[in-house]
Design a protein around this ligand. Structure first.
Ligand code: FUB
Ligand code: ZN
Length: 653
């Protein structure tokens, strides 16, 4: 068993990935303040992480490590070989949160709980590691459910290692604690021995290890980790899982990644693989691969993504559908898939400097991802549909009062993934460039880099004004680069009150000056509410409209509608901005939009009336003859009041 004293992380060779706009600004250089992302992070600290710790304990995940570490003779708890990753993801979030608490010298009781979990789990993980470095509690010890390496398609051992590596890197980088990194490296070394250049030409049924190994290489400078990641990416598609359950495309194994022209199969597997492949291509300087990955990304964004940024439209196999197969009420759009897409997008952005890629990451962040976590931070959606029908029951006994989000899941991949993602949002906000600073995500925070340090003050995404105050600057000219989202039609910029050219042809506003502390840049992004339609090939939403404001997608919940949401016809949304809240104490309504609607029930009970009977006068059902106003609420806040019907896509005039 490992000692409980913190072992200092070994000398780090860390090279953070860099691209045309700079390199990732990690480790304390960005602190989120009082904007929406900062609020999410506080909720994560106060609610989600303590809740995840309780659930990880209650679900037996720690018992599984204990069972192996102390040979307790108990059976493995849970159904899935990847249960260990619930602990690893939660540890990763804990490392970030403990570092934040240390920086803020907080002494909250939550911090003590997190610290206790962290210490206990680190010791259990280290204690459960086999002599040769292997570690996957489902496959270890008396009563193991399966033998090590007996089922690469479903065994998830390399997926487990990937998450172990990621939490180990968080512990080393955030806390200077190298204990987990020592464990992760021993397992990674075993994997390099077994699957390396001269080893078995095999790979894991669930990609994830690839990105983790590249990051381990970045931290340690040990080239075999990068080569192993590259081998795993390149071998995929060689038919290893041709006869595995669900078929090869489930494992992204139906063809080599480089030959794909569209994303298919299990959505999370595909985007995790693409994220790892992007990392490998960045390290190898392989621009052809990056170009191909960007084409795959664009195809996914244009043909296989919901307006919320969610991906995966089939419940069956948790898979992508065909192009434009995007049903609203059956959208799977797994929360993990949203996180995986953002991870891929962030890497593609680093590699290419594409502002459009970040626009889409932001769409996912504020919609498809955010809906996965309830307002109180302790309930979650696994799948994120864009419509709930009034009689929908989820196939479980209908308790009309039961909140729709669940406190945890038997297959618990999503909630701990959400807590770790929110804990590290600040690592996705800004880049340090040699000659300046790049603001990638528009959010309130303090950003420090060598060339330029600033405070960003904004209520984005609710408001389009962003004030950047210079705190500190080099004596030499430096460039402040700020992303201007593609939807912002006519941005305005002023420096110390004087208007300057706001041109951002490639989505980046670049301001080069010799900056002085106290200078202030104000960027105004007009943010009118607007109605959008969908590509005509998306049959499910033909003729319907959705309301969008800035990066936020809205929906109509039954609680706010005078008629069944399915009957509501939306004519317009007030483009002036948010509606005065009908109840400002209700956080769901605080950022509501006003829509002008009427309602019209179905013209007939006949499910298939004759086509020429286009406008039958049906007088026996109530219809509105005049328009009225209703509140549309941010989609990500739906299902936080009484359960009811909901629609993102609404009938139009
Ligand atoms: O296989 C591990 C995780 O379980 C996947 O990423 C999720 O989609 C769920 O199937
Ligand atoms: Zn998940």
């Amino acid at each position: 068993m490992a000692s409980e004293t913190t072992t200092a992380a070994p000398e780090s060779a860390a090279r953070l990935p860099a691209g045309p706009l700079g390199s990732s600004l990690g480790g304390g250089h960005v602190v989120l303040t009082d904007g929406l992302l900062g609020q999410w992070q506080r909720r994560n600290t106060d609610r989600t992480l303590p809740h995840a710790i309780d659930q990880v304990r209650a679900s037996g995940v720690l018992d599984n490590f204990r069972r192996v570490a102390h040979a307790t003779g108990e059976p493995f708890k849970g159904a899935y070989p990847f249960a260990d990753t619930d602990a690893y993801k939660t540890l990763e979030a804990a490392a970030y949160e403990l570092a934040r608490a240390e920086a803020a010298t907080e002494t909250a009781t939550e911090t003590a709980t997190v610290r206790a979990f962290y210490e206990e789990t680190v010791a259990l993980v280290a204690g459960a590691q086999a002599e040769d470095g292997y570690l996957s509690t489902y496959h270890q010890g008396t009563g193991a459910r399966a033998a090590p390496w007996s089922d690469l398609a479903g065994g998830h051992e390399l997926y487990n290692l990937g998450h172990l590596v990621q939490c180990a890197l968080a512990a080393a980088r955030q806390l200077g604690d190298g204990r987990l990194l020592a464990v992760a490296r021993r397992f990674a070394d075993l994997v390099v021995d077994r699957f390396g250049e001269h080893g078995r030409a095999e790979y894991c049924g669930h990609p994830q290890i690839e990105a983790a190994l590249v990051e381990l290489y970045r931290e340690t400078g040990h080239e075999p980790y990068l080569r192993q990641a590259e081998l795993f990416v390149e071998r995929r598609g060689s038919g290893l899982f041709a006869r595995a359950p669900f078929g090869p495309s489930y494992y992204a194994d139906h063809a080599p990644l480089r030959d794909l022209d569209t994303v298919t199969g299990h959505a999370v597997r595909m985007v995790y693989l693409a994220a790892g492949a992007t990392d490998v291509a960045i390290e190898r300087g392989d621009t052809a691969r990056i170009d191909h990955l960007l084409r795959l990304w664009d195809d996914m964004v244009h043909t296989k993504s919901y307006v919320t940024g969610g991906i995966g439209s089939r419940h069956s196999d948790e898979a992508f559908g065909d192009r434009y197969e995007l049903p609203s009420e059956r959208a799977y759009a797994e929360t993990c898939a949203a996180i995986g897409t953002m991870q891929w997008g962030w890497r593609l952005f680093l590699a290419t400097g594409s502002a459009a890629v970040l626009d889409h990451v932001e769409r996912i962040l504020y919609n498809g991802f955010a809906a996965g976590v309830g307002l109180d931070g302790t309930r979650f959606f696994y799948d994120n549909p864009l419509q709930r029908r009034p009689d929908h029951t989820d196939g479980r006994p209908a308790d009309p009062a039961e909140p729709l989000r669940r406190p945890w899941f038997g297959c618990a991949c999503c909630p701990p993934n959400a807590t770790r993602w929110v804990s590290q949002l600040q690592d996705h906000v800004a880049l340090a460039a040699r000659d300046g600073l790049t603001i990638a995500l528009l959010t309130a925070g303090r950003v420090r880099s060598a060339a330029l340090s600033v405070d960003v003050v904004t209520d984005y995404p609710w408001d389009g004004r962003l004030t950047v105050r210079v705190l500190d600057a080099d004596a030499a000219p430096a460039t402040l680069t700020v992303r201007v989202p593609g939807w912002a039609a006519a941005p305005r910029v002023a420096i110390d009150g004087a208007p300057v050219d706001a041109a951002a042809p490639d989505g980046w506003l670049r301001l080069t000056r010799t900056w002085r502390p106290g200078q202030e840049v104000v960027l105004d992004l007009p943010m009118p509410a607007r109605l959008v339609t969908s590509h005509p090939a998306v049959d499910a939403t033909r003729g319907a409209v959705a309301a969008v404001r800035g990066p936020v997608v809205y929906c109509l919940e039954q609680a706010d509608s005078p008629a069944p949401v399915d009957d509501v016809v939306v004519h317009a949304v007030d483009d002036a901005g948010e509606a005065p809240p009908s109840d400002s104490s209700d956080p769901v309504l605080r950022h509501a939009l006003t829509a002008h609607v009427s309602w019209r029930p179905a013209p007939s009970d006949d499910p298939y009336p004759p086509a020429d009977r286009t406008d039958p006068d049906r007088t026996d059902l109530p219809a509105s003859s005049t328009t009225t106003q209703v509140a549309l609420v941010p989609y990500h806040l739906w299902a936080n009041r009484e359960p009811g019907a909901m629609r993102v896509w609404l009938r139009h005039t």
